[in-house]
Design a protein around this ligand. Structure first.
Ligand code: G1P
Length: 295
């Protein structure tokens, strides 16, 4: 047995400062991270994936108009008393899942891009490798959470790991795209990265989809990263520099991934998560079948 000795991944960062303009007017007064898939805010799916992957502490990068997120993961004394009085232990258990989490917050004061948001996590993360989960990407896997898959690769290799999947040509310009050499069927050693390339410039169809294990050297790189695509400080640009100095892998993770930044993707997530629910699946499936006949 010759495993690399690596530091445990204990901390995760969830950037949640963006405006959510694609979902206006819903996101005018409500953070987009609070929009529900069935009955649970999208950010709670992300937090649950982090916890199920072994993460102990979570930093949410917050911003203007995002207080509802802090309230969501706080206790709610009046509501809890009322539920206690009514003997609703079932609902108290539901609430406990939102309060039994070590969440920390920092505010990104100016919207300067994802790279700048991650830089806000520097004091929290310190000098250890950490995870990043983006709220627009929700991944369903019945056994192995996407982040856990990345942590497993990290523990075997000791390098930074980018969670990727192959996307269709039409989607290439929506993501960070990686290039490199395949180490095995799912693992690529990254040599280059481009943020949202035109299809003609894309070096592959491997897109970074909102899951990262990053070594702490990224912070000093981010500090010197100039604004890139869209005038924003891009995490992709900093990761490209990291890949030139250090080992960065792209891992084609397993699981059904939903793009919640897109209205159609959001609808797909809503329908499929509802179909998987034990309390809703059967009647909802029957309704959809009947509807399909009349459409
Ligand atoms: C961000 C990243 C991009 C990544 C994507 C995944 O873009 O910049 O590299 O592929 O998330 O969802 P955004 O979708 O925030 O514009």
């Amino acid at each position: 047995e010759c495993k690399v000795m690596v530091q445990q991944i204990r901390k995760a960062v969830i950037p949640a400062a963006g405006y959510g303009t694609r979902f206006l007017p819903a996101t005018k007064a409500t953070p987009k991270e609070m929009l529900p898939i069935v009955d649970k805010p999208t950010i709670q799916y992300i937090v649950e994936e982090a916890l199920a992957s072994g993460i102990e502490d979570i930093l949410i990068i917050s911003g203007h108009g995002k207080r509802a997120i802090e309230d969501h993961f706080d206790s709610a004394p009046t509501l809890e008393q009322e539920l206690m009085r009514k003997g609703r232990q079932d609902l108290l258990n539901v609430l406990r899942e939102t309060t039994d989490v070590n969440v920390h917050y920092v505010r990104q004061k100016y919207m300067r891009g994802l790279g700048d948001a991650i830089l806000c996590a520097r004091a929290f993360v310190g000098d250890e490798p950490f995870a990043v989960l983006l709220g627009d990407d929700v991944v369903y896997h019945p056994q192995r959470p996407a982040l856990r898959q990345l942590i497993d690769v990290y523990e075997e290799t000791g390098g930074s790991v980018l969670g990727c999947q192959i996307v269709a040509d039409a989607q290439v310009s929506s993501y960070g795209i990686v290039a490199g050499t395949m180490q095995n069927e799912r693992l690529m050693r990254v040599s280059d990265m481009i943020e949202k390339p035109a299809l003609a410039e894309a070096p592959s169809r491997m897109a970074v989809l909102g899951r990262y294990i990053i070594r702490p050297e990224i912070f000093s790189i981010l500090q010197n990263t100039e604004p890139g695509k869209g005038g924003e400080i891009q995490l992709t640009d900093a990761l490209k520099v990291l890949a030139q100095r250090d080992t960065v892998y792209a891992y084609n993770f397993e699981g059904r991934r939903y793009d919640l930044g897109d209205k159609l993707g959001f609808l797909e997530a809503t329908v499929e998560f509802a179909l998987r629910r034990s309390d809703l699946g059967d009647p909802f499936r029957a309704y959809l079948k009947q509807l399909a006949e009349t459409l």
